[in-house]
Design a binder for this molecule. Structure first.
Ligand SMILES: [Zn+2]
Length: 246
């Protein structure tokens, strides 16, 4: 089985070399490493240089990292490096945090314009802001986007799919009812897998090898064989990130 982890914070994963080895042993052929701020973006790019064609870099600015941030410096860095990345990310909106919505939307708009110009897909975090994030994407309009860990309303989700966007499943597919409902509703042509490592799931930290758990849970939710889910989600990820290999 071929698998791609479409979203992992590799700069935050402990025992990274061991984790990458275990991911390979689990059949993970590539991992999209996402950046959250300047320092994180730099680390992700270094990892991509160290593990070419295995760690695929994405640079971004996370909505949790906006307080006191130098937006100009971040935007300049992203603009400069985006061409050698597979995507813009992690970026987005999160209305569960204190940063004012207007500021979050202004930053996201700025970053989306960079993705639009560089013709790159977007890895989008949109907690409690699914509708707003969708509207912003459409305003450009960006062609390729993954709504990471979708657990929002199903009416917005229907429009996400109509627009040709994707959602990603995380290991929370094992227990989160809202996330499971979204996966249930997702056509296999619009779904990809991820771990969001080292995110904790039910108190246990994750690593990219846990993509197997995501796969297993998605298979259960959809009542399909793991092989079939793997085949589709691998193809989707290859298309989104325009991978010629692996
Ligand atoms: Zn993330």
């Amino acid at each position: 089985m071929k698998l791609i982890d479409t979203h992992a914070h590799l700069d935050e994963v402990p025992d990274l070399e061991g984790a990458l080895k275990r991911a390979q042993d689990a059949g993970v052929l590539a991992i999209v490493g996402v950046g959250t701020d300047l320092a994180s973006n730099e680390k992700i790019l270094q990892l991509a240089d160290r593990f070419p064609n295995f760690v695929l870099p994405a640079v971004g600015l996370h909505p949790w990292r906006l307080d006191g941030v130098d937006l100009e410096a971040n935007a300049r860095f992203i603009e400069k490096e985006l061409s050698r990345c597979v995507a813009l990310g992690e970026v987005g909106l999160d209305f569960a945090v204190k940063t004012p919505r207007e500021k979050q939307e202004e930053v996201l708009q700025r970053l989306l314009s960079l993705a639009f110009r560089a013709r790159k897909p977007v890895l989008l975090h949109a907690r409690r802001a699914w509708e707003e994030a969708f509207q912003l994407l459409q305003s450009f309009p960006l062609e390729r986007a993954i709504f990471h860990w979708y657990s929002g309303p199903l009416d917005v989700l229907r429009r996400v799919f109509e627009q040709g966007y994707f959602i990603s499943a995380t290991p929370a597919a094992a227990y989160s009812e809202r996330h499971r409902a979204a996966i249930q509703a997702a056509p296999l042509t619009h779904l990809v897998l991820e771990t969001d490592a080292p995110e904790m799931y039910r108190g246990v930290p994750s690593e990219p090898a846990d993509l197997r758990k995501t796969l297993q849970s998605v298979s259960e939710v959809k009542g399909m064989k793991a092989e079939e889910v793997a085949r589709h989600t691998y193809r989707n990820a290859s298309e989104i990130f325009q991978l010629t290999q692996p």
